[in-house]
Design a protein. Structure first.
Length: 96
């Protein structure tokens, strides 16, 4: 853990799986949280290698190379619980 310094290692991008062909950008958008509801996404590091967050063993987060269709790297915003859930581990949400 580091103090906030706004470096690339502390910055992230939400990349939706269907972002290349998604026409209606505001469909299902929750304006309070700024995320689309139940629309799968990757959490991508702003570091040069563009690695993604992956849930390991249902308990830990690590940066890994992106792999297509790997559910432990895909997340959704759950409006019911107002949390970010990993598709690879149902019933679990990210806690930071």
């Amino acid at each position: 853990m580091w103090s906030r310094h706004n470096g690339a290692n502390q910055r992230w991008v939400i990349k939706y799986l269907d972002s290349d062909n998604y026409e209606e950008k505001t469909k299902g958008l929750n304006k309070e949280y700024g995320l689309h509801i139940n629309r799968p996404f990757y959490i991508v590091s702003k570091l040069p290698m563009k690695r993604v967050v992956e849930v390991i063993g249902g308990r830990n987060l690590q940066l890994k190379d992106r792999q297509t269709n790997k559910k432990s790297q895909q997340f959704v915003f759950d409006i019911t619980t107002k949390t970010i859930r990993c598709l690879g581990y149902e019933g679990k949400s990210i806690e930071i």
